[in-house]
Design a protein around this ligand. Structure first.
Ligand SMILES: C[S@@+](CC[C@H](N)C(=O)[O-])C[C@H]1O[C@@H](n2cnc3c(N)ncnc32)[C@H](O)[C@@H]1O
Length: 353
């Protein structure tokens, strides 16, 4: 937001910014509706279609489909051609909203945003009270959205770029080692590693039983036999493991130092730890900006309340950055802590005992 010389925002800028947020919030609802009803899939690759053709293909109400299409055209997500009274889905939009296999897939992750609204009353109560909301207290869209938000990175980066960046490389994974995935959620990372390295064995641990059930179902669907899942907290599993991974979860924990120390105690003598965390800079003022507004909001309603609901209640938040993570791993006794990869969304670290 531009600011006037005395550092006070101008009222027109404030109104434009708040209205932009309202447009965004409503557009998210329309995107989720298009994703769930199959409207994007009905338009993908089919060129210019009339509103009735889109509705017939998706099996949706023709009058409401016309309104949805006009919203999408107004939001820049569909192209309206007045001369033929038709709508077209640009291929870049289809990549983000119609294709779950795309590296740029976003529609699935937006379902988690719906959960923020469904859960808003309990979030507000937490803001007024002790700040705690257990992970399991969220609407199930929160878990579905979390899996879908991170899955494109696990599909396109984890095996191809992040694991080869470990100082030990992937030779040992190809030969066969024991790997633990802590805070595994629905197991999206665990099953992809297990599929890529069939001679290694993988165990996913999470303290949220419904996520462990979903992870088992994901593994069964792929017919994987080298992966299993257990309900266990980050300080309640037993090794030894050659590689222990934390994907986007350490900051959610009540006692991240304790979780890192437990991992160190369960690593084999020549073991390695891989940590994936949301992208963040080291200082508050460097963080503030467009994407951080999204991450701090998720942290407010998801990550920090989850941590505050646990013993330790560290409340680290998802914007601790490399400095915050390095402190945790130095305090818990690791001898090296190195940033080995980064994307606009994540930083990947390796820690060695
Ligand atoms: C943001 S989700 C990430 C899930 C998964 N790693 C992924 O990348 O899709 C955080 C996960 O950490 C788990 N979690 C939080 N605190 C935990 C703890 N103390 N012990 C075990 N799991 C924990 C939650 O249940 C949740 O599944």
């Amino acid at each position: 937001m531009n600011e006037t010389n005395n550092n006070e925002p101008d009222i027109r800028e404030v109104l434009r910014s708040v209205a932009g947020s309202m447009v965004g919030a409503v557009t998210v609802a329309c995107i989720i509706a298009g994703h769930r009803t199959g409207l994007y899939r009905a338009m993908d690759g089919r060129g210019a279609l009339s509103a009735d053709e889109v509705a017939a293909s998706a099996g949706t109400n023709p009058r409401l489909t016309r309104e949805w299409l006009d919203q999408q055209a107004s939001a820049g997500l569909a192209v309206y051609e007045a001369s033929s009274d038709t709508y077209r889905l640009p291929s870049a939009v289809a990549t983000a909203l119609a294709d779950p296999a795309s590296p740029f897939w976003m529609a699935g992750g937006l379902v988690g945003t719906q959960a923020l609204y469904l859960d808003l009353d309990q979030g507000i109560e937490a803001l007024r009270g002790d700040g705690a909301v257990g992970w399991g207290e969220h609407h199930h869209y929160f878990f579905e959205g979390t899996e879908e938000l991170f899955r494109p990175a696990y599909d396109h980066l984890l095996i191809q770029h992040w694991m080869p960046a470990l100082s030990c490389g992937v030779d040992r994974l190809n030969a066969g080692i024991a790997v633990a995935d802590i805070g595994c959620g629905n197991g999206a990372s665990t099953v992809r590693m297990a599929r890529a390295f069939p001679d290694s064995s993988f165990t996913g641990f999470d303290f949220h039983a419904p996520s462990v059930e979903a992870a088992r179902a994901n593994a069964a669907e792929l017919g994987l036999e080298n992966v299993s899942f257990e309900v266990a907290s980050a300080d309640g599993y037993s090794g030894p493991f050659d590689l222990i991974c934390f994907f986007d979860c350490l900051h959610d924990m009540g006692d991240p130092v304790g979780a890192a120390a437990h991992a160190r105690s369960q690593l084999a003598a020549d073991g390695h730890l891989m940590l994936v965390e949301p992208f963040a800079k080291d200082s508050r003022e460097d963080n503030h900006g467009f994407m951080a507004a999204l991450r701090y909001g998720m942290s407010l309603f998801g990550c920090v309340p989850c941590s505050l609901a646990q013993e330790g209640a560290a409340g680290l938040g998802n914007q601790a950055g490399e400095a915050g993570m390095r402190t945790i791993f130095e305090t818990s006794g690791f001898s090296t802590f190195t940033r080995i990869a980064e994307t606009p969304n994540n930083i990947v670290y390796e820690a060695i005992p």
